[in-house]
Every structure is written in C-alpha cells, then in structure tokens.
Design a protein around this ligand. Structure first.
Ligand SMILES: Cc1ncc(COP(=O)(O)OP(=O)(O)O)c(N)n1
Ligand SMILES: Cc1nc(C(=O)O)sc1CCOP(=O)(O)O
Ligand SMILES: [Mg+2]
Length: 201
C-alpha cells in the first residue's frame, strides 16, 4: 500500500476545516483530555470535512469511537494497543497505524499486523515529553528494512528542510504537528509542506 507522504496531525475539527481544503490528503485527529460527547462531535465534524476533500482521516487513541463513528483508520501507541480490542478493530474493517520507538516495540507492533508503522522521535520534539532520545536518520533506514513492505511513517521535529533526509533514508511518510500548528502562517506552511513532499507523492 502506498501512503501519502505528508501526514498532518491536528487537535481539533477547527484545524481540519482550516487546513484540509488546502490539499491535505492524510490527517490524524489527535485529541487528548476531552469528554466523550464533545470528542464524538469533533470526530463527526472532522470525518465530514475529510470526506468532502478526499482526505484520509486517522483517529488517534479513541478506537471505540472510531468504530462507532464508522471511521476508516486508527493510530495507536503501544500502551493503547495493550488495552485495545484488536478483534473488534479488525472486525470493523479499521486500518491500523502503530507507534514504535525501540526494538521491543517494533516486535510487538509487527505481530499486531498493522497497516503502517511509525518511528519517532526522529528529531527532538517540543510537543510532548518523550523517554526516547532522537532516533536519527540511520535508524529510519534500519526500520524500513525491517518493516517493508509496510509503509514507514517518520515523526518528531520534522520541518520541510528535513524532508529530503527523511525520505532518502527510507521513510514513506512524514508526520508533523508543531511546525505547522505553531507557525505564524499555518496555511502558508501547509502549502509549503504539500509542495516539499510532491517528489515523493
Ligand atoms: C503517526 C504517529 N506516530 C506516532 C504517534 C504517537 O502515538 P502514541 O505513542 O500513542 O502517543 P500519542 O500521540 O497518543 O500521545 C502518533 N500519534 N502518530
Ligand atoms: C505525537 C508524537 N509522537 C511521537 C513519537 O515519537 O511517537 S513524536 C510526536 C510529536 C510530533 O510532533 P512535532 O511534529 O511537533 O515534533
Ligand atoms: Mg496514543
């Protein structure tokens, strides 16, 4: 399966409405700490916008709601995976993306038959505190050898300037949060990302 090379991660349907119409084709809704009723509304709104713009929507963490709302993709970390009902996810026809950060997590993730694997953090990230040191570019090459033919998503501290290194070392997709959401002009930066990833589309 070929995965879109630009993977935008946002934390609200308002961001989806702002940025997806610019041409984003793979988007993760990553919302933390929200009560279920509002979360469901956010998922519904994001799903409608993504459907209207032919953008693949991935729901982070909330696999039950993703099933109930008829979504197509879910992304889970290793702790999420440990408690998720994988049979229910599979039965609902949900595609599955999984995080990995080290050898043990890679083995666990490969055994769960995912549809893509993510490796991070490639560079330092300001989004969240991480217990892993930055992986660096050589690790991408190693991971790609181990996960192929599954698509490999690189995440953590990515910018348009860092994309050639990511893709030349074997990543299929680059995921990003703060380089776009904290940029003074998120729309312009999104367009830069779309253009910068064009050679790998
Ligand atoms: C594409 C992608 N890769 C990694 C993550 C991180 O997932 P996880 O480890 O579960 O951490 P949280 O994002 O839930 O804080 C991701 N969300 N997306
Ligand atoms: C959510 C997340 N997961 C990571 C991992 O390594 O699993 S790194 C990360 C943060 C990505 O944000 P930014 O593009 O702002 O660095
Ligand atoms: Mg998670």
């Amino acid at each position: 399966m070929k995965l879109e090379p630009f993977y935008l991660i946002v934390d609200s349907a308002a961001w989806v409405e702002r940025l997806v119409p610019l041409g984003v084709k793979l988007l993760q809704l990553r919302i933390k700490d929200m009560e279920e009723r509002r979360l469901r509304e956010e998922i519904r709104a994001a799903k409608a916008i993504c459907a209207a713009h032919d953008c693949t929507l991935v729901i982070n963490d909330h696999w039950r709601l993703a099933i109930e709302e008829g979504c197509g993709w879910v992304h889970l970390g290793q702790e999420d995976l440990a408690t998720a009902d994988r049979a229910a996810i599979h039965a609902a026809g949900l595609k599955l993306g999984l995080s990995t950060h080290d050898e043990a997590e890679l083995a666990t993730a490969l055994a769960a038959s995912p549809d893509y694997l993510a490796l991070g953090p490639i560079f330092p990230t300001i989004l969240k505190k991480m217990k892993w040191a930055p992986q660096g570019l050589d690790r991408i090459t190693e991971w790609k050898r181990r996960v192929a033919p599954l698509p490999l998503v690189a995440i953590g501290g990515l910018t348009p300037e860092r994309l050639p290194g990511i893709f030349e070392n074997g990543a299929d997709t680059a995921a990003v949060v703060t380089d776009i959401l904290l940029h003074p002009d998120p729309e312009a930066r999104t367009r830069e990302w779309i253009e910068a990833t064009a050679p790998w589309r």
